[in-house]
Design a protein around this ligand. Structure first.
Ligand code: 3UK
Length: 533
């Protein structure tokens, strides 16, 4: 059953047999059959008299729950009455973190449509892949990021409306014409409400489908049991809302308890401490790399309001935990999450922090370490991390579903061990995904970009260890005859990659070589490149 008029997503869930086992044992994970998470996370606060509480703070705005609801309802009217959005349509969202982007997200979901938030740095090529894969008909785009979207040529995308610009047909001017409340569409709990794209290991983006129930379930597990989110929290952080780490931490979780969030367009480590002081922030979300960078400069700011700091996206080095504690007195909360599982599923609270370990399964989830055949391994042995819970992997129309979900368990692609105390200790990615500064970067995608340069004959891209970023992207390049592998060419290749795909994916290191190590069948042997680096 679905409330969706456009059944695109409903028709493309993987077959049931390929789903992970979903677990709803906790009493707080029981939901009615009709559920709209936008209604739950926004409207209920206003209905229950919390409308005047502070909800979202931006660089140019400060909205209460009631004000956000007014914005959301007006945008939902624009979507449904002027742009023809019907339940089940996919709506692309593009912009840096702002209250307007958040309002657009809630408007799409409240209207029963499916939000496809995209990373602000994506370029035309990557946007096109997402739009075609999810057959996206509508886009709401920050006016400052229109160019790459306008260059997209897709048979699916019919309407693009800009916000935060000054065009006469911009979203705010259209929205101003709608003052009536918008009643949330009575979606089914199981209806898809968001598709989160993850680049995976190959660079072919995978769309992770999540339902209204999944969103609500995520708000009732980690934030409730580990973080213990409170109504007086003021949260801040760097991850984009297009990354489910950011969506949960900065939007869904604070709103699930009636708290406030500061949404920053640019939240790099150089500016974050000043914002924490300015807004009396209690809770911060960012990557291990950013905590490391911030530790050096927190002394200059009054961080006395800060109570909790969450680290995710990549493994937290023990040295970074120690550095942050020394600088602020705060014990970092580490948590491993995944786009496929929506948010964090193994973590620990401040009292149970163990340097070098991620923690234990979040209430609502189960985890174990298994061998290649899916058998549970004894403690101390390194194997593949397998997870089950109330959220899980359902890729949009993708054969890779059967790699991620095996025997009913989500296999995250991480190598872990369980220590004597039952604590999960991260080892490495089981595949070749490069994680640099908190971003996932697929080597083959960088290779594809490099290969389009006239000087490049062959290339292989791997991640190599780096103290500051965890890993950096390193490219091994075989040049075509007539080209010299000098500093000038390194700079040219780097500029070329930055102009082709999202700039953060560019190779920070480039080595020139005469040939690449290959198997007899012609496959690149990445481990040999890594070894030589
Ligand atoms: C790695 C970690 C060690 C790990 C994410 C929190 O990162 C998130 O989602 P992605 O889909 O990547 C998932 C992969 O990233 N990873 C994430 N956190 C940790 N490795 N320690 C950690 N604490 O390889 C995992 O499989 O980009 C994180 C919440 C939501 C998320 N989507």
């Amino acid at each position: 059953m679905t409330s969706h008029q456009d059944t695109f997503a409903h028709d493309r869930w993987p077959p049931r047999a390929q789903w992970p086992q979903m677990i709803y044992e906790l009493p707080e994970l029981q939901f009615p059959s009709h559920l709209n998470c936008a209604r739950e996370l926004l409207d209920t606060h206003v209905e229950q008299g919390r409308g005047e509480r502070l909800c979202l703070v931006g660089e140019h705005s400060r909205w209460s729950y009631a004000e956000l609801q007014r914005q959301v309802d007006a945008i939902a009217h624009v979507l449904t009455q002027e742009l023809g959005v019907v339940p089940g349509n996919r709506v692309l969202l593009r912009g840096p973190n702002t209250p307007m982007l958040a309002a657009c997200w809630y408007a799409v979901v409240k209207a029963g449509a499916i939000a496809v938030a995209t990373m602000p740095l994506l370029r035309t090529k990557e946007l096109t892949a997402v739009i075609d894969k999810a057959q996206i008909s509508h886009a709401l785009c920050d006016a400052r990021l229109l160019d790459e979207l306008h260059a997209v040529q897709s048979p699916y995308l019919k309407h693009t409306v800009a916000y935060l610009g000054d065009a006469d047909d911009g979203l705010e001017r259209r929205a101003a014409r709608h003052t009536a409340p918008f009643a949330a569409v009575a979606t089914e709990a199981d209806d898809c409400c968001l598709i989160a794209f993850t680049s995976g290991t190959t660079g072919q983006p995978k769309g992770c489908m999540h339902s209204h129930r999944d969103v609500m379930a995520a708000t009732r597990c980690w934030p409730r049991h580990v973080l213990r989110a409170r109504a007086d929290d003021v949260v801040i952080g760097s991850p984009p809302l297009a990354f489910t780490f950011g969506l949960g931490g900065l939007l869904l979780f604070p709103m699930s308890v009636g708290a406030a969030a500061v949404l920053l367009e640019r939240a790099m480590p150089d500016v974050l401490p000043a914002y924490i002081a300015q807004y009396r922030v209690t809770t911060c979300y960012t990557s291990p790399t950013a905590y490391r960078a911030m530790a050096a400069q927190v002394g200059a700011h009054d961080l006395s309001s800060l109570r909790q700091c969450v680290s995710a996206g990549e493994a937290l080095p023990a040295a970074t935990r120690a550095l942050w504690k020394e600088a602020t007195g705060i014990e970092l909360i580490d948590g491993i999450g995944a786009t496929e599982l929506l948010h964090i599923f193994i973590s620990h609270d401040e009292a149970h922090a163990r340097p070098g370990a991620t923690g234990t399964p979040v209430p609502g989830y189960r985890a174990r370490v298994v061998d290649e055949a899916g058998r549970e391994l004894p403690r101390g042995q390194v194997g593949r991390l397998a997870v089950q819970g109330p959220t899980g992997c359902r890729y949009l129309d993708d054969a890779r579903q059967q790699a991620y979900v095996q025997h009913g368990w989500n296999l995250t692609g991480d190598a872990y061990l369980v220590d004597d105390e039952g604590c999960f200790v991260y080892q490495a990615r089981t595949d070749d995904m490069i994680i640099s500064g908190g971003y996932n970067i697929a080597g083959p995608e960088v290779e594809a970009a490099l290969l389009a340069h006239p000087a490049v004959a062959e290339c292989g891209v791997v991640g190599v260890a780096d103290a500051a970023r965890g890993q950096i992207v390193k490219a091994f390049v075989v040049l075509k005859p007539g080209y010299a592998g000098d500093a000038e060419l390194v700079a040219a290749l780097q500029a070329h990659v930055k102009a082709t795909i999202a700039p953060y994916k560019y190779p920070r290191a480039i080595a020139f070589c005469a040939a690449l190590p290959r198997t007899e069948t012609g496959k690149l042997q990445r481990f040999k490149l890594k070894d030589s680096a």
